[in-house]
Design a binder for this molecule. Structure first.
Ligand code: 26W
Length: 819
């Protein structure tokens, strides 16, 4: 039977063709004689899914039989992107499918473009979660991801007259072949109502009588590891009207009204919040969080008890990772489930809870820290509010035992923030209940101990760890950049580096080899040509591939300082247009590429997009400039676009005010693809400089420890003339819309919280160094090779191994390869 199982699907050209054609006919019900590219994509995806399911089933069975400790990664966001090529590559079936499709008259490279991105995340945090799943599968960890199946993912950005417009991303319209609906895996999730107490066996029992209930239905998404037989699961929850609840209202007479009211349930999982900057106390967001963690914990407890007969040893066999504070209400929910449903006492419940949870912080910006009004929590989740008060009461006892009567400290550290509107500080709850908290880069992990979590560091120093982020080298190098992959394979004589990225070090000895360098340049030119074609398609601008491709793509934020970039561009433009022809002959031509979404409610960020567009209009149409400078804003930056932009870039900007960017992960992707970095000593830039050598990166600007003082002295700063001049160009209407840009001008001329003026001269100097270096192709190429060679540390495989051993206590569980 085992043999039968493992050879069920045959992987040869004919079997693959048969499987694709069968799906055309029986799954999507089109004629097998006649299907278009989109239908070919769908059928190919279903055929690939069959192979994933086989591996998924056998992996889950193997985990069940081995019964290792498991880890669950809880995240409100997963920025998956496309799945087809990723799955085919990981299963080592890409060549086979390409050939099978070719004989049928289809081109894999063309049909893969028909897949829509799964954009269930905002940016860095969501993409990190997806890279982690890839690494957990590849490292054979007994892991699952849990999240929400939003019907509307991250909005689609269009640019009209230079302004951002947000369009709904109803990504499921044409179906999603990668998911498996599990109607039988459904849990009720409750809201509102009241709590009653009664005595039972001399002990107080609390009963929550909820007033609203919805069902959470599971959708499983197989995540294959790279060249391993393991396939893990990403389980996403979708909200459906409850089948059981509300029967009374049906009996009350208004049948149709009752049905319609129940439809509201689906709204809970309908839309991703597109804000990654400020916490806003939106009730629906809290509902989403509770819906997500309640279904997840019920599922984990149910599966555990199904296998073990009881919850015995639960906390030895389960680790739960909170991706930021977004799933933190799960701490109260686990306490509630253990006490109210499984009838455990407080002490045992608390012991288990604090043993399983750990928590990652992704930002030092205080405005992004979640706090929920007590009043809202009380109304929506009355039992949870009670539990949080109990946790806080015990925590404050502990605090007094340790530090004596220190009111100021209690006020700062309490889970409940006192004031006009009482608030629950979710980070404090997460810190109290987690056994470990980690930052996402060395500098960030140090900073949280000195700033936002200073008191907690004093109280629980051993809880604090660092886990420097990483990215999957599969999607972000091997699969998105085949020419570079092939060159590396040939040079190292192996492709083992794809899952052991440290091996890239072997490139160092070739860095000065002239012949190798020219092949390296060829590879980059190929990727630049692809990017240039994309720019033509999306922006209608023709760019020369002889120019230096300079890129900044990321969410639009003041702290990320796209404004510094655009002021630098204006300076460059102003210089060029005033040059003689001889002087122009000496200029390194540049294409400045900017992309990223602004949160719909972030007015200033939207003005920054308009400013970039206005500058590009002006520059691109100025005959005095020609090909020496082009500026493009690429609309709707997303994972799939990044897979084209990253390989085609030569210089990438990571220029946040030092101390503000927790890590950054695209910096790693760019460096991995031989793109040089211009950046501040912030986030993971610090470690990238350390790994690749600081002469292979363009570092500039104030250091994190200098920033607070510089802020207090900003009013007295003698502003650089060039800075004053470019700002004046904006405010005098050189690019039109002078009034509209006033808030941007005011921000950098006023308190200038992000120190744009301070860093401007150093930034220009660094850009000069870039130009000078670029003129010497051999030096530039050497730096590019050294960047790739030094990137081994930034594989998410390394990050995940550290989480597994230093936080989760989880070991690999590798399914034996079928014979
Ligand atoms: C409450 C609104 C909200 C939503 C999301 C606030 C903050 C967030 C995230 C924490 C924002 C985020 O994506 N942070 C990024 O996380 C990456 C992965 O660790 C880091 O590389 C980035 O530096 C950090 O900005």
């Amino acid at each position: 039977l085992y043999t039968l199982m493992d050879t069920y699907i045959k992987n040869d050209v004919l079997s693959v063709q048969e499987s694709i054609v069968n799906h055309v006919e029986y799954t999507i019900a089109r004629s097998r004689y006649h299907f278009d590219d989109f239908e070919a994509y769908q059928a190919t995806a279903y055929s690939t899914r069959d192979r994933l399911i086989e591996s998924w089933n056998d992996t889950q069975q193997y985990f069940h039989d081995q019964d290792p400790k498991r880890v669950y990664y809880l995240s409100m966001e997963f920025l998956v992107g496309r799945s087809l090529l990723n799955a085919l590559y990981n299963l080592n079936l890409k060549g086979l499918y390409r050939e099978a499709l070719e004989q049928l008259g289809y081109n894999l490279e063309i049909i893969k473009e028909r897949e829509r991105d799964a954009a269930l995340g905002n940016g860095g945090l969501g993409r990190l979660a997806s890279c982690f799943l890839d690494s957990m599968a590849t490292e054979n960890l007994p892991a699952w991801g849990y999240g929400l199946r939003y019907q509307y993912g991250m909005f689609r950005q269009t640019i009209q007259d230079g302004f951002q417009r947000e369009n709904p991303d109803y990504w499921l319209t044409l179906g999603n072949p990668w998911e498996i609906e599990r109607p039988n895996v459904t849990y009720p999730v409750s809201f509102y109502g009241h709590v009653s107490a009664r005595e039972e066996d001399g002990r107080q029992i609390f009963v929550w009588n909820p007033a609203e209930q919805v069902d959470a239905v599971a959708y499983d998404n197989p995540i294959p590891g790279y060249r391993t037989a393991n396939t893990i699961n990403l389980r996403l929850w979708s909200a459906k009207p409850s089948r059981e609840f509300d029967l009374e209202s049906f009996n009350s007479g208004d049948y149709v009204a009752s049905i319609l009211e129940k439809q509201n349930a689906e709204s809970i999982s309908s839309v991703l919040y597109p804000d990654d900057r400020t916490y806003k106390g939106k009730e629906l967001r809290l509902k989403q969080q509770h819906f997500f963690v309640s279904a997840t914990l019920q599922d984990i407890l149910r599966r555990y008890t199904a296998q073990h007969g009881s919850l015995e040893n639960f906390s030895d066999k389960v680790a739960l990772q909170l991706n930021d504070t977004h799933p933190t209400i799960g701490i109260a929910e686990l306490m509630r489930l253990l006490m109210d449903v499984y009838k455990w006492g407080w002490t045992a419940s608390w012991e288990a809870t604090t043993k399983v949870f750990s928590f990652t912080n992704h930002t030092v910006l205080p405005e992004a820290l979640e706090q929920w009004p007590v009043e809202l929590l009380q109304e929506l989740l009355p039992r949870h509010m009670q539990i949080i008060y109990d946790i806080n009461w015990r925590f404050l006892q502990e605090l007094r035992a340790k530090f004596g009567n220190d009111q100021a400290r209690e006020y700062r550290m309490s889970i409940i923030q006192e004031g006009d509107e009482k608030m629950v500080r979710m980070a404090h709850l997460a810190l109290v209940a987690s056994h470990t908290v980690n930052g996402v880069a060395e500098i960030h992990s140090e900073l949280i101990k000195q700033t936002i979590f200073e008191d907690f560091y004093e109280m629980y120093p051993k809880k604090f760890q660092n886990k420097t982020n990483g990215v999957t080298p599969r999607r972000w190098l091997a699969f998105c950049n085949p020419p570079l992959r092939n060159l590396i394979n040939e040079t190292l004589g192996t492709d083992a580096w794809i899952s052991r990225l440290d091996l890239l070090e072997g490139l160092k000895s070739h860095a000065d080899d002239g012949e190798f360098q020219s092949r390296w340049v060829e590879v980059k030119q190929l990727a630049k040509a692809k990017l240039a074609a994309k720019i033509k398609e999306l922006c209608g601008v023709e760019v020369s591939t002889d120019a230096l491709f300079d890129v900044q793509v990321k969410r639009i934020h003041e702290y990320k300082r796209q404004v510094l970039n655009i002021l630098g561009i204006i300076h460059r433009y102003d210089q060029i247009r005033n040059m003689s022809e001889e002087e122009k002959a000496d200029v390194v031509p540049r294409v400045c590429i900017i992309g990223g979404k602004a949160a719909p409610g972030y007015e200033l960020a939207k003005r920054i997009i308009k400013l970039i567009s206005a500058v590009s209009q002006r520059v691109n149409n100025d005959p005095a400039v020609g090909d020496l400078l082009k500026v493009v804003f690429i609309p709707d930056y997303n994972v799939s676009l990044a897979e084209v932009i990253v390989p085609g870039s030569e210089l990438s900007q990571h220029i946040s005010t030092a101390g503000t960017e927790a890590s950054g992960t695209s910096n790693m992707k760019f460096a991995m693809n031989g793109c040089l970095i211009i950046g501040t000593m912030d986030g993971a830039n610090v470690e990238i400089a350390e790994e690749i050598g600081d002469d292979n990166i363009f570092i500039f600007g104030a250091l994190a420890h200098e920033v607070p003082k510089l802020r207090t002295e900003r009013a007295d700063l003698k502003v650089d003339d060039r800075f004053a001049h470019v700002v004046r160009l904006i405010s005098s209407g050189e690019f039109g819309y002078a009034d509209f840009f006033t808030p941007i001008v005011d921000a950098v001329q006023g308190s200038d919280y992000y120190l744009v003026a301070n860093d401007f001269p150093a930034y220009l100097r660094a850009q000069d160094a870039v130009d000078r270096t670029y003129k010497n192709s051999s030096i530039w190429t050497r730096m590019s090779i050294m960047s790739v060679a030094g990137c081994g540390k930034f594989s998410s495989d390394r990050t995940i191994r550290q989480y597994a051993t230093e936080i989760w206590g989880v070991e690999p569980c590798e399914r034996p390869r079928p014979p």
